[in-house]
Ligand binder design. Sequence first.
Ligand code: FES
Length: 590
Amino acid sequence: MKHYTIKFVPSGKSVRIHAGATLLEAASHAGIILDTPCGGAGTCGKCEVMIGPERDKALACQHAVNSDMTVEVPKASRFYEKGILTDGIRNAIEIESPVLKIFAENGRAQYDLKSYLDQKIGGRNTLTTELLDQINSYVARTKNGITLVGRKCTEGDEKAHDWYTFEQGDTSNKLFGVAVDLGTTSIVATLFDMLTGETAGVAADANPQETYGADVVSRIEYASKPDGRNQLQKKVVDCFNSLIARLCDNADIEPEQIYEITVAGNTPMHHLLLGLPVEQLGQAPYRAHSTEPQEIRAAELGIKANSAAHLYAIQCISGFVGADTTAVALAVGMDKTSEMTLVIDIGTNGELILGSSDKMFAASCAAGPALEGAKISKGSRAVEGAIEAVVINEDDIDVDVISGTVPRSICGSGLIDALAVMTELGIIDSTGAMKSQDEIDQLPKKIAERITERDGQKCFILAWDDGQGEVYLNQKDIRETQLAKAAIRAGIEMLLKKAGIGIADVEQVLVAGAFGNYIRKESALGIGLLPPVDLHKVHFVGNAASSGAQMALISCSARKTASQTCEKIEYVELAMEMEFQMLFAEALMF
Ligand code: FES
């Protein structure tokens, strides 16, 4: 099957996609989420785009790709009023940085810095004598002024600023911070210009704590060994430092220019970073040591940024629903929505939120890392060379690969597609068992040839060896994915029961996660990951945990909103619910 390159403007993003795919699918692969109230039925007209130099209008959901093309996406056609995914968070919230910089000319600094600050910025300004001495000693030797760096403090309603360091000369137009999505499997760090809200770079690594266990339970166990907690903390701090160094290198800045770091992680990851006890998370009733937001000097943890930089760890909800879920709730605007909303954040655990602004339920499903590509023979995160979509064409299957390269692996979205395709073709039965070639009638020859064996296990070849090895799924991969989808689906059913509603009462389903840009809704429904819901209600919102961490980085109000939202969330411990095992068993079926 032919593939074509679609370039989207104004974002400049390009994707290669198979002939016959819609522009809606191509946009989603590029991480551009269009507004699709009619669910792609072609009736609402909201997904309108302009094609080519003539700017011919077309509905993205109806226009099939049949050549290379440039597609303009007008602002009105983009989903997500916050614009987080399409334009970066600068359009999502007002910048209200917790860190402040203010330039004082030499004369000002030398004579009366405090009254200068009172006049210039108002409120209560605190400077230590030690800092004033350092400043005076510096300005006595130079003609240059200084840039004071401080933080906003909240003391009742009084405006207060705590000034703690200074930089030489005028650096007031440069202020950087890092937002970290601290996952069990991977860690994603985003460098931000905190004055403009612009992203200055993104870097990601596998969580190096994996050496001590792929899941949180084994890491909690390891932490109870002598020095275990320290070793786990050191691993993650080293990873933070290498990500920060890489971000700074690429942006041509120094780590000393970073003054603020926010972190959103599940509760065990959050506790292990901060050096808090985690043993209690391994036994009922799985209590967090602290769910409160934490603010400390990053240097106390060994993080290499400015020695005065603070680290703000977003508030957790419970022992197993952490700050990553709080960040997701913040990013998707749960605090404002009046619509009954189901949020599914697919990571190593599947985190769920159900409700609207005044009352929400949350749960964590032990999905395992399959949908992040881990524990899958040829699995990977959504990186270059990963299969992100699988479709059936007339007599074979076809795959879309991130960056249009030779397929090397398969990421979460490809996995869900592949399972849906295999179910539709009868290659796996309703229990998830793979069939052999001779057990299936009337399969096209090219597809039948893909059913074979590798290493003594039945498998289905998704991509033949094209210089980078074969990409296939075997029976074990199917089982891992089956467990993941069943855990999430059973969690959804349990929350619906808790809320006393049915899936038909849910007005929007927001699917978040770093599993790839796009899961075909039909595939997610086809394998039973999602309950039967109108397709037009389902929207993909990308890595919302990372977006929430970014919002908290540049906005004090966002931090407050995050904490207030936590107070409205009731945690549901799935393992303690009598019905959960039955729901899980039902959800295992395809
Ligand atoms: S017309 Fe395309 S989504 Fe409604």
